[in-house]
Design a protein around this ligand. Structure first.
Ligand code: M6R
Length: 613
């Protein structure tokens, strides 16, 4: 989720880049850097200062030489390699002439790095991106011009990328390309720009063009030309951009929450990329716990808060089902103070989007103090939780700005389920062909999420029909229960309405007394093995006058008998369903909040990261 900017032909190259980077900080800010090329030299500056990275880079650039008309800038959201200056982009080749910036993940970087090292290349970072600089260097040495060198280098790359490359020995040229990660080109008389996002160049360019997957673009001051990966010319589609700067930062959405809801397929894809070694073993970012230790784990305790707690609850079902390890989930702020039992073989997993939630950090510290090994599942690279843990699995959902967490949830469930599959591989509790089937199934969830997102209008209609309701009960069974908890949390934080999540079977043990006309009951009814029971629960609440909304699969023909409103989702493996079933619930909370005039990005009384107990 890094930000990219490039410019050729501008009178103030450096100023253009730095201004663009300031506008791209919402894509990531672990570190920032620029490279300028001209007259046979490439000049580079980089800085890593957390949220102050771009400001620190501006200081670094005070000593920049003048007179360069070609430049690249990058603001990083770390995936491979800690957010330190050495891992900041641009990366250079061995000659120091070629500079590259990259957004995305190169899946086969380890193999490529080994091959390049064997051929004598020297690496100065631990990023996946640097392999590209050295591949392009080799192609240039073979006599290819920069465009051809980039094109042929990309033929051996797998994964996602938006890249831009310059070379001081071919000045006044930038070559850019994309697969999956976004990239736009902008033009103005005598100047050509490129950027990961329009805001970076919104007030500079007068026309904007979208680069498609597997297209390579050569930019010069006079304009650009594009080819596909076979070298055939292609035309870029011109974009109609009538946004102001604020709208552009939100990618054309009204708020960050709408943008982040829409980004969930991408968050899933990024989280699942590059997770399998050649021998089939599922692998993670930093795993300082040996396979033997993981195999011998006797008990797993997940600790987390809020949405992350709900993702952890889903994980319990997957870990127990697939890996057959006894698993508990604790609210982080409770775990620490209840004199927890940690025995040999206890593994504690801290789950946190920010990696800075004090309750979760204190819980994992307590566990470590008592001798547990700790795995962090975090979205922010090098966050406190990640730094202190024995192993880290990063959810690569990208920067989440909206206080209410959305894309982090689906990414956490995916990452934790991958971990469950790894445990099952090590413990031999699943056949390898079943691991493979689940692994493929996980990769298919993004498309199901996309389909669920495309049904927004149906959800808005239900939200409009229920406008005025003040009490909501969210019900579910099995993994539908944590999904219901998460749906209720979204409605609470966004709308300030009363919403409670319950295991559907628990209803008759008390809460049923609250059901009366005017109350809305929303039920997650997608699991075939729980279906009959959920139908009975819904019949019970309907008989007492509640309005019933059911989240049901496309093939469910009987649900309408008990539900007043049905929100359809594609069917998936039940353990993957929370990632799909949460989508209409997020959209429902969002639509209701907007209708009530709430500030969806900044709900009252709440902070994005809770660093006090
Ligand atoms: O950064 P974390 O995942 O540790 O944050 C945990 C909770 O504070 C967070 O999920 C909170 O509940 C959100 N506002 C939920 O939308």
């Amino acid at each position: 989720m890094c930000g990219i900017i490039g410019v050729v032909g501008a009178p103030d190259t450096l100023g253009t880049l730095l201004e663009g980077l300031e506008r791209l900080e919402y894509r990531g800010y672990d570190s920032a850097g620029v490279a300028l090329a001209g007259a046979g030299t490439t000049w580079r500056a980089r800085a890593a200062a957390g949220t102050e990275s771009v400001a620190a880079l501006v200081k670094e650039c005070e000593s920049a030489p003048m007179g360069f008309s070609t430049g690249l800038g990058h603001t990083r959201w770390a995936t491979h390699g800690a957010p330190e200056a050495v891992n900041a982009h641009p990366h250079l080749d061995c000659s120091g002439h070629i500079a590259i910036i990259h957004n995305g993940i190169i899946e086969n970087h380890s193999e490529l790095r080994e091959e390049l090292l064997a051929r004598g290349h020297v690496f100065t970072s631990v990023t996946d991106s640097e392999v590209l600089a050295h591949l392009i260097e080799e192609a240039r040495r073979d006599g290819q011009d920069l465009t051809e060198a980039v094109r042929t280098s990309l033929l051996v790359i797998s994964g996602a990328f938006a890249i831009a490359v310059l070379d001081a020995t071919e000045p006044d040229v930038i070559v850019a390309a994309r697969r999956i990660s976004p990239l736009v080109v902008g033009t103005a008389p005598g100047i050509t720009y490129l950027a990961s996002d329009v805001p970076a160049i919104l007030d500079k360019a007068s026309a904007f063009y979208a680069v498609n997957d597997d297209e390579v673009v050569r930019l010069g001051p006079e304009g650009f030309r594009a080819i596909d990966l076979e070298g055939a010319p292609v035309r870029l589609r011109q974009l109609t951009i009538d946004w102001d700067l604020e709208t552009a930062e939100k990618g054309g959405f009204d708020d960050f929450m709408a943008k982040e809801i829409a980004e969930q397929p991408e968050a899933l894809r990024a989280t699942l990329l590059d997770r399998r070694r050649r021998d089939g073993a599922i692998c993670f970012d930093e795993m300082k716990i040996s396979d033997d230790e993981l195999r011998d784990v006797k008990r797993i305790v997940l600790v987390a808060a809020g949405t992350s707690y709900h993702a952890a609850l889903v994980a319990k079902y997957a870990i127990e089902r697939w890996a057959r390890v006894s698993c508990e989930v604790d609210i982080a702020s409770e775990y620490r103070y209840r004199d927890p039992i940690v025995e040999i073989g206890t593994l504690v997993i801290g789950v946190s989007q920010s990696g800075e939630t004090i309750d979760t950090i204190q819980a994992t510290r307590e566990a470590q103090r008592r001798g547990a090994r700790v795995v962090a599942v975090a979205n922010v690279v090098d966050s406190s939780l990640a730094r202190e843990a024995d192993a880290v699995i990063y959810t690569r959902a990208g920067l989440e700005v909206s206080v209410a967490s959305t894309k982090a949830f689906v990414a956490q469930v995916a990452a934790l389920e991958l971990f469950a599959l790894r445990l099952a591989q090590l413990r031999g509790t699943l056949l390898e062909r079943d691991v493979e089937a689940h692994y493929r199934g996980l990769h298919a969830v993004g498309a199901q999420v996309q389909l669920a997102l495309s049904r927004r209008a149906d959800v808005e209609a239900v939200a409009a029909a229920l406008a005025g309701a003040r009490d909501f009960f969210y019900l579910g069974r099995h993994v539908g229960y944590p999904t219901a908890l998460e749906g209720a949390l979204k409605l609470k934080e966004l709308t300030y309405l009363h919403a409670e999540g319950y295991p559907a079977g628990e209803l008759k043990h008390g809460p049923l007394a609250l059901i009366e006309p005017g109350v809305v009951v929303l039920a997650v009814a997608t699991d075939p093995s729980m279906h009959a029971k959920i139908l009975s629960n819904l019949a019970e609440v309907k008989a007492r006058g509640a309005s019933v909304v059911a989240i049901a699969t496309d093939d469910d023909e009987v649900i309408s008998a008990v539900a007043d409103f049905v929100l359809r989702v594609p069917a998936t493996e039940p353990l993957f369903a929370p990632m799909v079933d949460i989508i209409p619930q997020q959209l429902f909370a969002y639509a209701t909040a907007r209708a009530l005039g709430r500030n969806v990005d900044r709900p009252r009384n709440l902070a994005k990261t809770v660093t006090v107990e």
